[in-house]
Design a protein around this ligand. Sequence first.
Ligand code: MF3
Ligand code: CO
Ligand code: CO
Length: 268
Amino acid sequence: MDSDKGRLTRDGIRIYEPSDHAGMHVAGKVAATILDDIAPHVFPGQTTAEIDRLITEMVTAHGSTSATIGYKGYEHASCISVNHVVCHGIPGEKMLKDGDILNIDVTVIVDGWFGDTSRMYVAGKLSRKAERLIQVTHDSLMKGIEAARPGNTFGDIGAAIQSYVESHRMSVVRDFCGHGLGRVFHAPPNVLHYGRPGTGPVLEEGMFFTIEPMVNLGRPETKVLADDWTAVTRDKSLSAQFEHSIGITAGGADIFTLSPAGKFHPTY
Ligand code: MF3
Ligand code: CO
Ligand code: CO
């Protein structure tokens, strides 16, 4: 129906057209390809600044634009969050050490559409406990995506993630959430990674949003450092995150940021 074009739900969530999936797939694929291609550049001795420099080049090489450079004063094409950094780690000159785990988060704009995705990498040898954390975090995202279908609620997504994570005696970060996106970077709703089944807005076909659970080995509390960006676990425990951008269809979730190389997890 024409009058439905660009419709917002009562919760302020935009309903996109079926034809809008094409633009999201293009943007999502560029972001995912960059995450594929950066994998060989993660190793002990490498700096996160160099990784970000390579990502900046790749963003340009794809004819895309970085959504994060200039966003609220952020100056980089990626967030790189090492070990106990939960999210929004700022690339810098510190070298990666053997066994460090890191999330690399990239958001690009192609033809006005936003593709936002992140995954975990390791420099050198992966420890058993980090491997467990990364596996549970990845699988919790997939549990959330499985719950993302018309008629379910956002609370169902959060509950699926939280119950899975807590069944493995890990904790879900409460202080950061996923978000609507599409022709904008961050839009309603806040996609919580915890919650109660049947609560929150009902999912409808045409909703586009991210799911991006952050999972800690220790307690869920975080704090933001004096740089006003870097979020860390208060108890210094290891943290991991994976992120996909998805669209809701009649059949469930259409994942815009699948890895063309099949590397989403493991990336290494
Ligand atoms: N990509 C992040 C997200 O998943 C946002 C990063 S904003 C930045 O929403 F400014 F820190 F880059
Ligand atoms: Co996001
Ligand atoms: Co992101």
